[in-house]
Structure formats: C-alpha cells, structure tokens
Design a protein around this ligand. Structure first.
Ligand SMILES: [Zn+2]
Ligand SMILES: [Zn+2]
Length: 383
C-alpha cells in the first residue's frame, strides 16, 4: 500500500470524494425525495454515452486503432469521453498501450499482482505520473491534441448538461445527484472493473500467458469489454465479445455507425484462428491431466490426442489462410473498381465452392477431436 505522501491529492480526493458523496446523496434521493423518471433517464443516457465513448473511442479506436472513424465520430468520442474524467485520450491510450505491452509485469500501470484494489483504482491515486509515450500516431490528429489541452474543460461542459436540464426544470439537486455525481462514479468503476475483475475472475479460453479473463457477467456493465482474455490476445480486433451471442454493445453500435458510413475498416481475427487458440488451450489442459495418469494410459492417449489435434489444427489453419487470402482479394478487387462484375461473380462462386470443401474437412476433424477427447477422458476415469 503506498504511503500518503506519495498520493496524488487531486485524483484521490476526486475519486474518493465523488464515491462518498454518491453513497450519501443517492440513498437520500431514493428514500426521502423519490427519484423521477427524467432523472433516471438522463442518468442512464449519460452513463451509456460516456461509457461507450471510453470503450469505443478511448479504448478500441485510439488505444488500439481497431477501426477508422470519420471526424464527427472522433470529435463526439473525444468530447463525451472527456466527461468520464479519466484523463485525456492521449494519456489514457499511452497508459493502456503500456498495460498491453507489459501486462503482469512491474511496468504494467495497473498490475493485478499488486492487489485487486491497486489494479482497480489506487494505482490512479498514486503520485507517480507515467510520461506519455508510444502515441506518436495519435499526436498527429489535431482533434486529439485539442482534447489533450482542454480535456478538463470539455469534460466539465459535457458533464454539466444534466445540471442545465435541472435548472430548466427547477430540479437542480435531482439532476446533480443522478445525472452528474452518480454518473461519474458509475463510469469510473465500470472502467476500473476491467483492470481489476477482468484480470482476476473468469475463464481463459484463448490464452493463459497472461491474467486477462473472459467474464460474461462483466460484459453488460462495461459496454462489452468483459471478454478480456480474447482482447489481450487480439487487442487490435474491433470486437471484445467476438461471438454473436456475447454481449458487446460497443461492437453493435459501431456496426450501426458503419451502415451510415461513419466508421470503417473494422479489423477482426478469423473464426478459424479463434478456434485454433481454443483448441490449443483445450489440448494443454487435457495433457496436464494426462501427466498425472499412469504411463500405460497416458502414452497411447497422448498419441491419440496429438493425432486428432494435428488434423484439426491443419484444417483450421488452411481455413484461416483462405480467409486471409479472401480478405486480400476483396481489397484488390475493390481497388480495381466495379468494371469486372462478371469475373468478380465467378471468383465468388469459386470461393464458395472451396469454402464448402474446407467446412466438410473441418467438420470431420472436429468430430475426430471430440472422439479423441472423450477417449482421453474415459481413459483418465478408468486409469
Ligand atoms: Zn487488461
Ligand atoms: Zn485494450
């Protein structure tokens, strides 16, 4: 635990002060005054917009360059994101890129090994201010530079919108408590949960080389950022909940913006690469269990597993290559323009035919993997 003399007074008093005030004033509004629909609606809207600006803007767009955004979208994310009071996009991205680069080491600004609450928020209360590095690409954007110079003022103006509504409706206290105070606290802690809870609780389906976890419970609270194990492996992917059934409101919103042509160039990892990573983790866990079994069982089962894994891995690798080649082809065709529509249709038909073949091979390889896995598990039971 850091000593008081090393604490950043402004950050500490703001983070603790807003939380304490909210813990006193929100129950007062609920129990004594009763909340009104307007206050709750403004609270929910502001929380969602500011949280999404952090997730879709600060995190996925600026820190990870996971897609391209037109200037109105960048401007919106920068203005609304400033109201989270989590520093400028430039500083936030700098810290966050260091987190990814040095995750779980002493250089990680919010290293989970230093404790849950440290990773959650006490790191932000310490006086050690990391210098801004590794964001030269962002510094080229005049909008980002403007926000960096004025983020506190911009954040204050955006945050005071609910108070303006309060003044207009003669209910300043109601909108101040719900729309400003509680909104700030909720936005803070939903971001902080990613650095604490998403590095402590949940599953690791894709990699165990770092502490990041997939946690479906966190996803709705964090605008889809709860799938942190996926995110740490493919940080440049515009999705965090990559599977269709995983909650990722930021991903859905970005897709809506793409329909209107406001964002583009989504970067995404192929489904085959995700399956390969999952397969490797599954095999690793089965091997660890086999290591404890008798050699009479472990040796043949290890060979069985190895053969099934190789076959499935090859099928997934070739599907992944086809996916990559197709993406490149698509870009090349787009560059050539619409003139060769006929040839384009032929190429597409050919791609569909080979894809069907790949899928067939893959299905057989999966079936074999599942059979091998069952055999290994049965052998372990009777070993
Ligand atoms: Zn992380
Ligand atoms: Zn990230």
């Amino acid at each position: 635990m850091p000593q008081a003399k090393y604490w950043n007074v402004l950050n500490t008093s703001f983070l603790v002060g807003t939380l304490v005030l909210a813990l006193i004033l929100v129950p007062w509004r609920i129990l004594v005054v009763r909340p009104m629909w307007g206050e709750l609606l403004v609270f929910a809207t502001m929380t969602f917009l500011v949280g999404t600006a952090i997730s879709g803007g600060y995190h996925r767009l600026f820190s990870h360059r996971a897609y391209k955004a037109s200037w109105p979208v960048r401007f919106f994310f920068l203005c609304v994101g400033a109201a989270a009071f989590e520093n400028s996009a430039l500083k936030w991205s700098s810290d966050h890129r260091i987190h990814h680069q040095h995750v779980d080491t002493d250089q990680d600004p919010y290293e989970i090994a230093k404790g849950f609450w440290y990773a959650h928020w006490t790191w932000a209360m310490e006086a050690k201010d990391l210098p801004i590095t590794g964001v030269a690409d962002l510094e080229k954007d005049p909008l980002i530079r403007w926000q960096h110079r004025n983020h506190f003022l911009i954040g204050a103006v955006v945050s005071l919108i609910p108070v303006g509504i309060g003044l207009a409706t003669g209910n300043v206290w109601g909108y101040l408590v719900w729309g400003l105070l509680l909104r700030i606290v909720v936005n803070h802690h939903s971001t902080f949960l990613i650095n604490s809870a998403a590095h402590a609780f949940g599953s690791r389906p894709y990699t165990d080389t770092n502490t990041a976890r997939d946690n479906w419970l966190l996803a709705p609270l964090t605008y889809g950022e709860g799938y942190h194990n996926f995110h740490h492996l493919w940080q440049w992917d515009y999705r965090n909940g990559a599977l269709w059934y995983q909650w990722d409101s930021t991903k859905w919103l970005l897709n809506v913006l793409a329909w209107f042509g406001l964002v583009s160039g989504f970067r995404r990892v192929s489904a085959a690469a995700m399956e390969r990573a999952r397969l490797r983790m599954e095999e690793k866990r089965l091997r660890e269990r086999l290591a404890l079994a008798s050699p009479a069982v472990a040796t043949p089962m290890r060979l069985r597993l190895e053969a099934a894994r190789l076959k499935l891995d090859q099928a997934l690798a070739s599907l992944h290559e086809r996916h990559e080649a197709w993406q490149q082809k698509k870009v090349a065709w787009k560059a050539k323009g619409q003139a060769r529509a006929e040839a384009w249709r032929e190429a597409k038909a050919e791609w569909r035919a080979t894809l069907a073949q790949h899928r067939l091979e893959l299905r057989a390889a999966w079936a074999e993997w599942r059979a091998a896995r069952t055999e290994v598990r049965m052998a372990l039971v009777f070993a």
